[in-house]
Design a protein around this ligand. Structure first.
Ligand code: G1P
Length: 291
């Protein structure tokens, strides 16, 4: 079985929910405490052994390219000022030459289309997808858990979690078959069904290992929910050609694509931060929550 070595990071979205903050800054570079949102997904992928980082970008996203690049002017200033800690932090953001690949998605045609834009780089290998809006924290990286499951099962393995029934219309939802926790056989997948149409309360979150057969469907450029080309439909169509499993991962997901989720992540990560945590905790206690 082929190993998962490449990951796709779809970062072409306009970030309209965060306007005006995202007018001139990609939403993926907004900070959760002291790191940009996208850094969390990169660290997770690194921990899972990913070697090639494929970013699906669009116009106006060149700051993401700069973020992962060498920054000689900044390094020079920090060296002159002997700021070793800051230098170390800065160097950790770099992706090794040749390991970061940027692909343009010329039109916003949906997540499935964004992933399809990387088809020539993936060819017939299994690959990971990490949606940077979702930050997942736990004892072990969520992607490492998925890769471990993939290494014994093959096919596609998708991270899932239970969501309240009234929220199914925000997610891809599983039609579950046999269940052997943490694995769930997938009989079908529906993108953003209304609560009455949802086959379960098991929602896909933004971490996938995908079998390259998903490209067969994406090649057809069929519009799905919201008039967009959906990866959920492509995975659904691949059932039968490749095994598809849901995986109930261990960890907590923060939806940073949503303002409230983003604020929650900042508070939780702030509280966990070794330097900032105690001060933030003390401050939160002084806030009059009714006021
Ligand atoms: C995307 C997927 C959806 C998945 C969700 C997880 O939706 O299309 O299936 O459940 O990510 O975050 P989006 O959040 O881009 O609307």
């Amino acid at each position: 079985m082929k190993k998962v070595k490449k990951a796709i990071f779809p970062v072409a979205g306009l970030g309209t929910r965060f306007l005006p903050a995202t007018k001139a800054i990609p939403k993926e570079l907004l900070p959760v405490v002291d790191q940009p949102v996208i850094n969390y997904a990169i660290e997770e992928a690194r921990e899972a052994g990913i070697e090639k980082f494929i970013f699906i970008v669009s116009r106006g996203k060149s700051a993401i390219q700069d973020y992962f690049d060498h920054a000689p002017e900044l390094e020079q200033v920090l060296e002159l000022r002997d700021k070793r800690d800051a230098l170390q932090v800065l160097r950790c953001t770099e992706i090794y030459a040749g390991d970061a690949i940027f692909v343009r998605q010329p039109r916003p045609l949906g997540l499935g289309h964004a992933i399809w834009c990387a088809r020539n780089l993936i060819q017939d290998e299994p690959f990971a997808v990490l949606l940077p809006d979702d930050i997942v924290q736990g004892e072990r990286a969520c992607m490492a858990q998925l890769i471990e499951a993939y290494d014994s099962l093959g096919g596609s393995v998708i991270a899932v979690q239970q969501v309240p029934k009234e929220r199914t219309s925000r997610y891809g939802i599983l039609d579950p078959g046999e269940r052997k926790n943490p694995l769930i056989e997938v009989k079908g997948l529906i993108e953003k069904p209304a609560p009455g149409r949802a086959p379960s309360d098991l929602a896909v979150i933004g971490r996938y290992i995908l079998d390259p057969t998903v490209f067969d469907y994406l090649d057809l450029e069929i519009e799905g929910a919201r008039g967009e080309i959906q990866i959920t439909d492509a995975i659904n169509n691949s059932i039968g050609k490749a095994a598809v499993h849901g995986f109930l991962f261990e960890g907590t997901r923060y939806d940073c694509g949503d303002k409230l989720g983003f604020l929650k992540a900042n508070i939780v990560f702030g509280l966990k931060h070794s330097e900032l945590g105690p001060g933030l905790k003390a401050f939160l206690k002084t806030i009059d929550l009714e006021g």
